[in-house]
Write a protein that binds this ligand. Sequence first.
Ligand code: HEC
Length: 96
Amino acid sequence: MFVSLFLITSCQKNITVPDTSAYVPTASDVTKTATLAQLSQGRSLYVNNCGRCHGLPSPDSYSASNWNIILGNMIPRTQMSASDAALVSKYVRRGN
Ligand code: HEC
């Protein structure tokens, strides 16, 4: 009884709960190059792919050009397709 309880508790510690506190885009974030649907999709791809190894910095944590450098380094660490990566880029760079 105690052994199985212990196993259940220790297994739960390994479940990664996606951090859903990441900034949620609104209509005011829409730009010429990013629709609200694309920004929202980018957010969920960011939450699901980038939160696996570390916390999720807010889009405002870095400038658009710094995000370019960071994404160049981080996208290859995920299994994301180029089109999904482009959506994450739109999200963190605030539609730029
Ligand atoms: C396989 C694990 C892994 C994945 C997946 C991953 N990262 Fe990282 N990330 C790291 C590690 C490790 C670091 C620490 C710095 C380094 O190793 O370059 C880091 C650092 C960062 C930093 C801080 C950079 C700095 O200069 O302060 C940001 C921002 C970041 N990652 C964003 C992302 C984004 C966005 C994604 C998804 C596209 C992502 N990461 C996916 C492992 C990962």
